[in-house]
Design a protein around this ligand. Structure first.
Ligand SMILES: [Zn+2]
Length: 431
């Protein structure tokens, strides 16, 4: 009875929370040429719509449209002869469904502060306590570091995982992070699963014996807390750009010093606002510092996002790193490893350069990582198990463990390729 009451209260709280999205519809837009795709893209940006994925010929895009803008949007699409269909009439219903499913899963969860299960999406406070607890429990392998504080003063903590306390120069370093885009909740199980397999439940000891790991599960703590408390679709950090809480937030994944400001928004109201300068935000400065501190041994950098089932690499302006063939090859190998174990309802991974597969983007984390690591990728995890319900960023609790498990299959392949590259490079340098 007590559980029922808790679940009911959670659901009631959530009902009020999602009023913001009452009447928002999800459109699937199909374009027949690159030019038409660009036209739609520009119009969506002009209207400040929340574009979940851009349409290109052969791959429909998805966009969230508030009730008051639906007519204008539909008129535009009809005028330009763009095919579309309304996938979700009112996204609020799906937000409530996600809350209900996650609340039910939480009641059954057997997680504790020393063991986070893969049955629910853990909060910032839970993850933060867990990292500290893990360092206490495994002092020979795990160190927890506060890299800095977020805009609102929350610790940005990451784990250093190493059997040799980062002292062995023969080992490569791998850095991975999740939730830089805080609404992409399904990315959290991917980093937590990696931690689990490197520290708690080690079944492939080569990965921990031969490699030093840095894992940052909540790269955007303020935003992540905000997605739980106020706005499930919040993407940026919580920088106050103006007084009076008008258009807060910087898109952290446009704030890195790689082509900064060339393919992102100057408008603070935009979801891709790049900030006042590269690394203007404490959250990105923490990541910059981690990357730079390990640049001599950094072999692989992974920035985990959702959604779309993609493994993407730089650069965001369409130019390619000098070792692009190798980057592509390892990307394909990682994707194949995931595809082998993925659920059949999810599509196969796509691998490619971010500009050519998705869109032009500047100041991205993985582009910056590419300046220091021979292999650097953005993962776009699938976030739903069946396209017909729970759209986009929403998480089906039944998929949480699978998301962690299948992504780890890809990361393992990437880690071993990075290790082989690192050893080969070092042996060449010694000759
Ligand atoms: Zn993202």
């Amino acid at each position: 009875m007590k559980y029922l009451l808790i679940v009911s209260l959670c659901i009631l709280g959530a009902l009020a929370k999602h009023e913001l999205y009452d009447g928002h519809a999800v459109y699937e837009v199909e374009v027949n040429s690159i030019d038409q795709g660009k036209l739609v893209h520009d119009f969506e940006n002009e209207m400040f719509l929340d574009v979940w994925s851009d349409a290109i010929p052969g791959r429909p895009g998805q966009v969230l449209v508030p009730k008051v803008q639906r007519e204008e949007f539909e008129n535009f699409l009809s005028k330009e002869g763009v095919q579309y269909k309304v996938q979700v009439e009112n996204i609020k219903e799906q937000l409530e469904l996600e809350d209900k499913l996650l609340a039910e899963a939480a009641v059954k969860s057997n997680s504790s502060s020393s063991r986070l299960g893969f049955d629910k999406i853990h909060t910032y406070a839970e993850v933060d306590a867990y990292l500290t607890q893990l360092a206490r429990q495994y002092p020979n392998v795990v160190t927890v570091v506060e890299g800095g504080r977020s805009i609102e003063g929350r610790p940005i903590r990451y784990l250093r995982i190493s059997t040799t306390n980062f002292q062995d120069a023969r080992k490569p370093v791998i850095i991975m992070q999740s939730l830089i885009h805080c609404r992409e909740w399904v990315t959290l199980p991917a980093t937590l699963y990696a931690i689990q397999k490197l520290v708690v439940d080690v079944t492939e000891s080569d990965l921990i014996q031969n490699i030093d790991w840095i894992i940052l599960p909540v790269a955007n703590p303020d935003g992540y807390v905000f997605t739980h408390s106020n706005d499930r679709y919040w993407r940026k950090n919580r920088r106050q750009n103006f007084s009076g809480n008008i258009c807060p937030g910087v898109d952290l994944n446009r704030n890195f010093a790689m082509n900064w400001g060339t393919a992102s928004s100057t408008n603070p109201c935009s979801d891709t606002f790049h900030g006042s300068a590269a690394f203007s935000e404490p959250e990105t400065a923490v990541i910059r510092d981690i990357i730079q501190a390990h640049s001599n041994r950094l072999a692989l950098y992974l920035d985990i996002h959702s959604f779309g089932s993609m493994i993407l690499y730089g650069f965001g302006d369409g130019t390619l790193p000098s070792n692009a063939l190798q980057i592509n090859l390892v990307g394909v190998q990682m994707a194949q490893a995931i595809d082998r174990v993925k659920w059949p309802t999810n599509r196969n991974y796509i691998v490619g350069n971010i500009f050519h597969v998705l869109y032009a983007a500047s100041g991205g984390a993985s582009d910056y990582g590419q300046l220091f690591a021979p292999l650097s990728y953005t993962y776009e995890l699938p976030a739903w198990r069946n396209n017909s319900w729970l759209q986009g960023f929403l998480v089906d609790p039944e998929f949480i463990e699978q998301a962690g498990f299948e992504t780890w299959e890809g990361i393992k392949v990437g880690a071993r390729a990075a290790l082989a590259n690192f050893r080969q490079r070092n042996s060449v340098e010694r000759k």
